[in-house]
Design a protein around this ligand. Sequence first.
Ligand SMILES: CC(C)(COP(=O)(O)OP(=O)(O)OC[C@H]1O[C@@H](n2cnc3c(N)ncnc32)[C@H](O)[C@@H]1OP(=O)(O)O)[C@@H](O)C(=O)NCCC(=O)NCCS
Length: 190
Amino acid sequence: MHEASIDGVIRKIWIDRAGPYRDHLLRLDKESRRNRFGGAVSSEFIENYAELSRGLDCVMHGYFVDGTLRGVAELRPLGHEFAQEAEAAFSIEQPWQSHGVGSALLERTLLAARNRGIKLLHMACLANNQRMVDLAKKFDAELTFDFGSVVGEVEAAHPTPMSLWRELVADSHGFATAMLDVQSRMLKPA
Ligand SMILES: CC(C)(COP(=O)(O)OP(=O)(O)OC[C@H]1O[C@@H](n2cnc3c(N)ncnc32)[C@H](O)[C@@H]1OP(=O)(O)O)[C@@H](O)C(=O)NCCC(=O)NCCS
């Protein structure tokens, strides 16, 4: 598994995610915001978008540094409950870009997609977003990506007992880290 090269932990975000997600998206610099949403969007749009994520059936992995959310990968099934297609989107705040965080988040997202029987993963990405294209290329053994168009399509492999186990291990590690994080913040002097 890819590990981010700078301090921080990656774990799934289950509850209370709208507020931290909104604050993270609002901290994105102008270019990253544009790349994330495929065009210029207002802060109000972001606030509504983050609020919507509360109710959506999406799997969200977060990259936390000292308890603050600095990167997110969203995996959102398209259509009904047992959808075989999903959309993936990534956002990493500028100081944490180019340190392997995107690679680690994409790897986790692919594993989650595979374990949910998702066959096709759409990655909405502006054609000139070279870093995202480079990132997708790193996984071209696991996915096919159409670089000529704005939307890339990924073929996620089938789940195996080992892939389910890998997600379980990653989740339990993430949960333990989250608990330690909460405890250490409670113990920090105000
Ligand atoms: C696109 C994005 C997700 C990539 O994540 P990242 O953490 O910056 O990427 P990584 O460090 O894992 O690098 C992935 C690959 O991109 C390329 N890359 C990374 N930094 C680069 C740079 N400064 N210049 C050129 N290529 C670069 C490399 O090929 C790298 O692979 P390598 O480290 O094995 O050589 C992140 O930069 C981001 O959130 N950008 C803003 C929002 C966005 O564009 N979202 C995507 C659309 S949804």
